[in-house]
Write a protein that binds this ligand. Structure first.
Ligand code: CZF
Length: 137
């Protein structure tokens, strides 16, 4: 599929089961007023892909291709996470399951703060980046 073909297909599957992402995408696409109906994959009974890529880019492509293969329609996916250089880039692609259970934001945040505690000097700020990659399949 060439980079703009998805626009002419009439529908775009949103390859995510994350309620926050779905709300943000629906708002964004409503504002853009593109001629496509955005359908969250859950409405098509598409379950989560196995996110076994080794980078945000790989995982975004895996999720988009999974939803596209099952639905037969173009799909868009987002893979994102927080990367902390003093932790070697962790939690990175594992952000959603850093504390064990997938999607437990409170536990993930608590674990990150706990791991940063011994690295903080005099309450100095610690650099972190939020990385977000979108893939269309
Ligand atoms: O503080 C935050 N502000 C945000 O604006 C935000 N947006 C996403 N996230 C977190 O980033 C990870 C994505 O993980 P992720 O890309 O693997 O997605 P996911 O597994 O949650 O859903 P899916 O899209 O794969 O179905 C998860 O821990 C999300 O909770 C955010 N955290």
């Amino acid at each position: 599929m060439s980079s703009k073909d998805w626009l002419s297909q009439g529908t775009l599957v949103l390859a995510s089961n994350n309620k926050g992402k779905i709300a943000e995408f629906e708002k964004l696409f409503a504002e853009l007023a593109l001629p496509v109906e955005v359908i969250p994959q859950g409405r098509l009974n598409i379950e989560d892909a196995i996110e076994d890529g080794l980078s945000f880019i790989e995982n975004a492509i895996i999720k988009a291709r999974h939803a596209s293969r099952i639905s037969g329609k173009p799909a868009i996916a987002d893979d994102s996470g927080i990367c902390v250089p003093v932790l070697g880039g962790a939690p990175g692609i594992y952000s959603a399951r850093y504390a064990g259970e997938h999607g437990d934001d409170a536990a993930n945040n608590a674990k990150l703060l706990e791991n940063l505690k011994p690295l903080r000097q005099d309450d100095q700020a610690i650099e972190a980046m939020f990385v977000c990659v979108l893939g269309i399949g």
